[in-house]
Ligand binder design. Structure first.
Ligand code: SF4
Length: 364
């Protein structure tokens, strides 16, 4: 397949693996931030190809995993209403809230529709003026521009039957929180390439400098990840702590300036709770006063609630790189993708789900 096979070429992979083995002189712990990268690492067995000294730990970059239970419960509450058509990306439908999930609400008669872009939800609002159309706006900086565009479009068209349930989170504050933690063991980061396609690389410069930690913006194919690891190890071995861009075929230093302008118009930065981790300062987006009439939480008067995670789940530690999925006693037994106990088994991009799919034999 053009533009995919090139980045899975076994000969080129061997060259990077050899270069990594040659470059490493001591133990290093590197975190890949994005769940897509975690998935590729598990799927292609990348950890097993690295020297014993290099440990990969898995970061918080899985949007489904970090959406708090309370927010899922709010979605379920709205979706069960007779006057609502609830629109979402498909991967949120099977995510359990504290009692049920969106698929079950749909089976009981809720009008819940999978859309491929929030602009489809805007069209549903145009076509159904007697219904309230709610789009579940979750994810990182990658999905936010299209969601911002949908809200802006609804405002421009005067669509008062459209709104969004916002649960956007931001990657750099989460990396900063991991770096600042007294328990942190991550010495270098592979940052998520798609986030930087939107936001650029500049937010990482002060983090790399302040915490003396290399950050390599990295793509998602095996060669991207191997090259990102190699670049990170070269920095660590040289005693450098810089921001480097492995994913230059998609990422510019200043990112997508037009998208950022729209994001700054529609969203403002707020503290957000991350499932399994807790609240991180300045780590989320909410609608600005100009657009808050499109806020589903306000429109439906939803109160905040506290919902406890299952006690035995260590997904918060997995998402911070402090534990591996196989360290959890429930992994593969009481907790599986079809019966997830915690955040990182819920989504296909979660570290526990990736280990379950590709590394069960290794874990056994
Ligand atoms: S295996 Fe399940 S219970 Fe254990 S950390 Fe992962 S999600 Fe939580």
């Amino acid at each position: 397949m053009k533009y995919v096979d090139e980045y899975r070429d076994p000969d080129a992979a061997q060259k990077y693996i050899k270069a990594i083995h040659k470059a490493v002189t001591r133990p290093w712990t590197i975190m890949e931030v994005c769940g897509g990268q975690t998935h590729a690492i598990a799927r292609f067995g990348i950890q097993d190809l690295l020297p014993d000294e290099v440990e990969l730990v898995h970061g918080p970059g899985c949007p489904v995993c970090v959406t708090p239970l309370e927010m899922i419960d709010k979605a379920l509450n709205i979706a069960a209403r007779n006057d609502v058509i609830f629109c979402s990306f498909g991967d949120m439908l099977r995510v359990p809230g504290s009692q049920t999930d969106l698929l079950s609400v749909r089976a009981e008669g809720g009008d819940i529709r999978i859309v491929y872009t929030p602009l489809d939800a805007v069209k549903i609002a145009v076509d159904n003026p007697d219904k309230q159309i709610v789009f579940f706006a979750v994810g990182f900086e990658t999905t936010a521009p299209a969601n911002a565009m949908a809200v802006h479009l609804a405002k421009t068209r005067g669509l008062d039957n459209f709104c969004v349930l916002v649960s956007h989170v931001l990657v750099p504050p989460a990396i900063a929180a991991i770096m600042a933690s007294p328990k942190n063991r991550v010495q270098g980061f592979l940052a998520a390439g798609h986030v930087c396609t939107v936001m650029g690389t500049q937010a990482y410069e002060p983090l790399a400098k302040k915490h003396n930690t290399p950050i390599v913006v990295t793509g998602f194919e095996p060669l991207d990840i191997l090259q990102g690891i190699y670049m990170c190890i070269r920095q660590l071995e040289d005693g450098r702590a810089e921001v480097e861009n492995q994913y230059h075929r998609a990422v510019r230093d200043d990112g997508n300036v037009e998208a950022q302008a729209l994001l700054n118009k529609v969203f403002r930065v707020i503290p957000r709770k991350w499932r399994g981790i807790g609240e991180i300062a300045e780590s989320g987006w909410a609608l600005t006063p100009e657009y808050e009439a499109f806020d589903a939480e306000k429109r439906f008067g939803l109160a905040n609630s506290e919902v406890a995670e299952p006690e035995e789940c260590i997904s918060g530690l997995v998402l911070q790189g402090l534990k591996k999925p196989v360290d959890c006693p429930a992994f593969g037994g009481r907790c599986k993708p079809d019966h997830p106990l915690g955040a990182t088994m819920v989504s296909g991009e979660g570290a526990c789900a990736a280990y379950y799919r590709y590394r069960r034999e290794k874990a056994a």
